[in-house]
Design a protein around this ligand. Structure first.
Ligand code: ADP
Ligand code: ASP
Ligand code: MG
Length: 243
């Protein structure tokens, strides 16, 4: 079974969490799964990189801004790969450009156009856990682009589609998709299942639990997306076609 598992910023925010993520990935691999992880920048690192940009200029070049903010995901991917190796399991981190994640040239909100799978497949065939830096790609001229805030979710779904993964799991800091933001509304109700259209509606109303583009991609490629807590076994939410 091939699984793509995405871990957001809070889930890789510090060394302890990275070790937990690594342990979970190793467990899945030891159960016989081929595992591709997608990771976001640690905690609020992307915001801090944006602050650094603003400390240098009020009118940042969109190209250089993307070159700067894409760095957070590259750091996470390497740290998670090292934490996996620390547990004695082989791993490799790959950037968006190393997996040929091609986008259009819209800096700051680029759309995925193509993706190569030979490098990931090659590493999986060597028995490695592959850790991909989310959120980033490269345009046709070779410039680094980013997919928009929350865009690592879209990296994960695009990879699941391209690799024909058996499972695509978005691991986050809440236990699934709720009817309202569960952090603001403690009485929010969790969906067991939700259709693509209803999920898109929630995204457009501002629920950042999934990147809107990731839901569009999932619907286009008919990928069922599981949203669940990064660190608990509680059943999550399945986003897909509702019968
Ligand atoms: P990650 O860093 O894992 O990508 P995000 O911060 O992007 O996580 O998304 C998870 C957050 O989305 C939750 O912490 C929650 O506050 C917020 N959220 C907003 N609306 C919803 C909703 N309807 N269901 C679940 N989470 C929601
Ligand atoms: N790190 C990026 C952001 O903060 C992408 C992501 O988290 O998915 O928006
Ligand atoms: Mg997110």
């Amino acid at each position: 079974m091939l699984t793509v598992q995405k871990y957001g910023g809070t889930s890789v925010a510090d060394a302890e969490k990275i070790r937990k993520v690594a342990a979970g990935l190793v467990r899945a691999a030891q159960n016989g799964d081929q595992v591709v992880a997608v990771v976001s920048a640690q905690g609020d690192l992307t915001d801090r990189l944006l602050e650094k940009i603003r400390s240098v200029t009020d009118a940042p070049s969109p190209r250089e801004s993307d070159a700067c903010i894409s760095a957070g995901e590259q750091i996470s991917a390497a740290l998670v790969a090292m934490a996996i190796e620390e547990l004695g399991y082989p791993a490799v981190s790959l950037t968006g450009w190393q997996i040929g994640l091609m986008t259009d040239g819209t800096y700051g909100k680029a759309r995925i156009r193509a993706l190569q799978n030979w490098r990931i497949q090659q590493e999986l065939n060597k028995g490695k856990i592959v850790v991909v830096a989310g959120f980033q790609g490269i345009d046709l001229s070779g410039n680094i682009t980013t997919l928009g805030r929350g865009g690592s979710d879209s990296t994960a779904v695009a990879l699941a589609a391209m690799l024909k993964a058996d499972r695509c799991v978005i691991c986050t800091d809440v236990a699934g998709v709720y009817d309202r933001d569960p952090r603001k509304f403690p009485d929010a109700v969790k969906y067991e299942r939700i259709g693509y259209e209803d999920m898109l509606k929630l995204c457009r109303e501002g629920a950042q639990v999934l990147h809107d583009r990731c839901v569009e991609l999932a619907q286009e490629y008919q990928i069922a997306v599981e949203v669940r807590s990064a660190f608990s076994d509680e059943a999550g939410t399945m986003v897909g076609n509702l019968e």
